[in-house]
Write a protein that binds this ligand. Structure first.
Ligand code: SF4
Length: 317
């Protein structure tokens, strides 16, 4: 038996014995996606965390996502296989910096992209994802000033589309500043028959969203789809080729489902090294030793959850 098969067998044995569920983000390594009970985007994973009957959640993603799972499911034991799997975008702001910013604008409403720590969410009025940020901001009374954080490209995009009075935190995801409109246009020229699909998760496509609006408007021939929508589209579309604008990890599932179709990353360097820190061996260690637990203190979790609930009231998933 190969070492990999041995690792998989042991993971399966422990998952059953400990009543654990393995959740993996779309940007995880292929081996990790293949062993997971559920693969999806950060909100999809949080929903799974909320409804699971498992006692242990092994969260294969980055730290803020595991914290979100802990906020939503406070009675579960949430483990992350590598404690250093952070997020450069979430790390651009912390509680102290946010409090200082709020003091400068005491009348403002705070809107945070989901890529933030639990501490930052606890001082946030509305949490948003890239797919519902415009809708949530539009629902905030028009006379209110907005502090938007931490993604400056998503913030600039929302400000442009809504025309709201908005201060924007200068944070960006260093990994994916690479997915640019000019590169996508060049790619489209090279593959004229390809379907162009974009998954608006994480910081990886927010530069693109912003530049598209700066250049006029979002092109009609580009489809913005959720993970489920992307997977469905790849199966149902008559196209043989697809240009995929997001972190390259998402291509694994699409290739698996459609072995006869070609999936081309819009930028093959769009790889999040934090996501790739989690290996299948670390998943096994996590289950064996029940490490590394991510537990958000109750007071913080209760406040942070309010910002997520407010988002869900405006934009149910
Ligand atoms: S892709 Fe960027 S925003 Fe997403 S987890 Fe990685 S560093 Fe953070």
């Amino acid at each position: 038996m190969s070492n990999l098969n041995g690792v998989i067998e042991e993971i399966n044995r422990l998952r059953k014995e400990k009543n654990a569920v393995i959740l993996a983000h779309n940007y995880q390594l292929p081996d990790v996606q293949d062993i997971a009970d559920y693969v999806g985007d950060s909100l999809g994973l949080s929903q799974q965390a909320a409804k699971t009957e498992a006692d242990i959640i092994v969260f294969c993603g980055v730290h803020f996502m595991a914290e979100t799972a802990s906020i939503i499911s406070p009675d579960k034991k949430v483990l992350i296989p590598d404690h250093d799997a952070g997020c450069s975008l979430a790390d651009t702001i912390n509680l102290e910096k946010l409090k200082e910013w709020k003091e400068e604008h005491p009348e403002a409403v705070v809107v945070s992209y989901v890529n933030t720590s639990a501490n930052v969410k606890s001082e946030t009025d509305y949490c948003v994802t890239s797919s519902n940020a415009v809708q949530v901001v539009k629902a905030i009374p028009a006379d209110k000033k907005i502090l938007f954080l931490p993604d400056m490209f998503l913030g600039a995009y929302v400000k442009k589309v809504t025309g709201r009075d908005m201060e924007i935190w200068p944070g960006e995801c260093h990994v994916h500043a690479g997915i640019k409109v000019k590169d996508i246009k060049a790619m489209k020229k090279e593959h004229p028959k390809a379907d162009m699909i974009v998954h608006p998760e994480c910081g990886c496509t927010t530069t693109y969203l912003y530049q598209s609006v700066e250049n006029g408007n979002l092109p009609d021939d580009i489809k913005f789809l959720s993970t489920g929508g992307m997977i469905k589209h790849a199966i149902e579309s008559e196209a043989d080729e697809f240009i995929v604008a997001t972190e390259t990890g998402i291509l694994h599932r699409m290739k698996k489902d459609n072995p006869d179709k070609t999936f081309i990353p819009a930028n093959e360097n769009a790889v999040c090294e934090y996501m790739k820190m989690i290996t299948i061996e670390k998943v096994l260690k996590s289950l064996q030793e029940e490490v590394f637990e991510v537990k958000v203190p109750t007071g913080i979790a209760v406040k942070a959850k309010k910002s997520i609930d407010r988002m869900l009231e405006i934009s149910p998933i």
